[in-house]
Structures are given as C-alpha cells and as structure tokens.
Design a protein around this ligand. Structure first.
Ligand code: ZN
Length: 66
C-alpha cells in the first residue's frame, strides 16, 4: 500500500491515518515535541530536530521536578 504522507509504498500502513510506520511515528513524536515546546512545531522548524529533542528533555525533566 501507499503512504498518504510520503507517498512511498510500504508493507505496514496505519489504518486510521494511512501513514507508513516512519510517517506514523514521526507525526506522533513531532506532535509530542511541539506540545513540550508549546509552539505548534515552530521550535523544531527553527532549531532542528536534534536541538528540539535535547531541549525538550530539559523541559520534561523540569516539569517532573516541580
Ligand atoms: Zn510515509
């Protein structure tokens, strides 16, 4: 089947979204990062995934510590 997001053919397509495994997990993890940064994904766009994840860990740690 063909992924609705990246249009590549994949063996596993998530039933509800129609996304391949990569796009499925990516969309969820990007959403989680956007929630952590509280900006709808602008931080990821501006600084890249590596920095967004690194800084997201600090944000999550601070939320747990409170
Ligand atoms: Zn895909």
């Amino acid at each position: 089947m063909k992924c609705k997001k990246c249009h590549s053919y994949a063996l596993n397509i998530a039933p509800k979204s129609g996304f391949c495994d990569v796009c499925y997990y990516k969309s969820h993890l990007f959403n989680l990062l956007a929630i952590l940064h509280g900006d709808g994904g602008h931080y990821i766009d501006k600084h890249g995934v590596d920095k967004a994840v690194k800084d997201g860990k600090k944000i999550a740690a601070n939320k747990v510590a409170r």
